[in-house]
Design a protein. Structure first.
Length: 89
């Protein structure tokens, strides 16, 4: 994955974190895990098109993360347990 970079994705995920708070994503592994989970959701729902083009589910998941289409939640989040149960967009 060349674009967006891991650092750009980490900045997007952590944009709502205030000074002194622990970032939601602190490693590339968290980005990989979050996008892989979302890609599996897309596969299960049969969604492989974006803007009328056939795309790989992982590419769609990365683009959704970059644009705020889904969020990676921290383990401390109240909604963490419901992460996989969220409805697909």
């Amino acid at each position: 994955m060349l674009h967006p970079s891991y650092s750009e994705l980490m900045q997007e995920v952590n944009k709502d974190v205030h000074n002194g708070e622990t970032p939601i994503v602190q490693s590339r592994y968290s980005i990989v895990l979050g996008t892989a989970k979302r890609a599996r959701q897309l596969i299960a729902a049969g969604k492989t098109q974006m803007n009328g083009e056939e795309k790989k589910p992982l590419s769609i998941a990365v683009e959704e993360l970059r644009t705020g289409g889904f969020k990676i939640l921290s383990e401390e989040s109240e909604n963490y347990e419901n992460y996989e149960d969220e409805p697909l967009a």
